[in-house]
Design a protein around this ligand. Sequence first.
Ligand SMILES: [Zn+2]
Ligand SMILES: [Zn+2]
Length: 146
Amino acid sequence: MPAGSCLCGAVRFEVAGELSQIELCHCVKCRKAYGAAFASTLYARIDDFRWLAGERSVATFDAPAESRPPAYRHCFCRTCGSPLPLVLEGLPLVELPAATFDDAIEARPRYHMFVAQKSEWLEIADSLERHHGPSPFSGKVLRTLL
Ligand SMILES: [Zn+2]
Ligand SMILES: [Zn+2]
């Protein structure tokens, strides 16, 4: 079963069950939180997810909601700052940064979202679906991807 970890290795986790496909989010908050052109994340059922080490090193930051709740939540390692899995409120799912896995995973990128907010220096060169805002599947996508 695939395991992941942060840059310093203090925090480790594994997923026992199915992983969703990967979503690529270009929203401004993801760009800042992940320090990258876009966030590459995927989903697993919360029951399939387990911290192997360092759960107490996981810090949570809630960026204020802009128009309506919920706030944008970001989890990261207190020591090295790597993005880490976060439990989604109101859904039995955990969102995992795809690049933190140490083992190969079968999941592949499925679509780009919030393309309207993408970095002007990035040119999307693949043929994946592109959505200006959130994925049209919205909450449903989280369930259907699994
Ligand atoms: Zn760390
Ligand atoms: Zn985003």
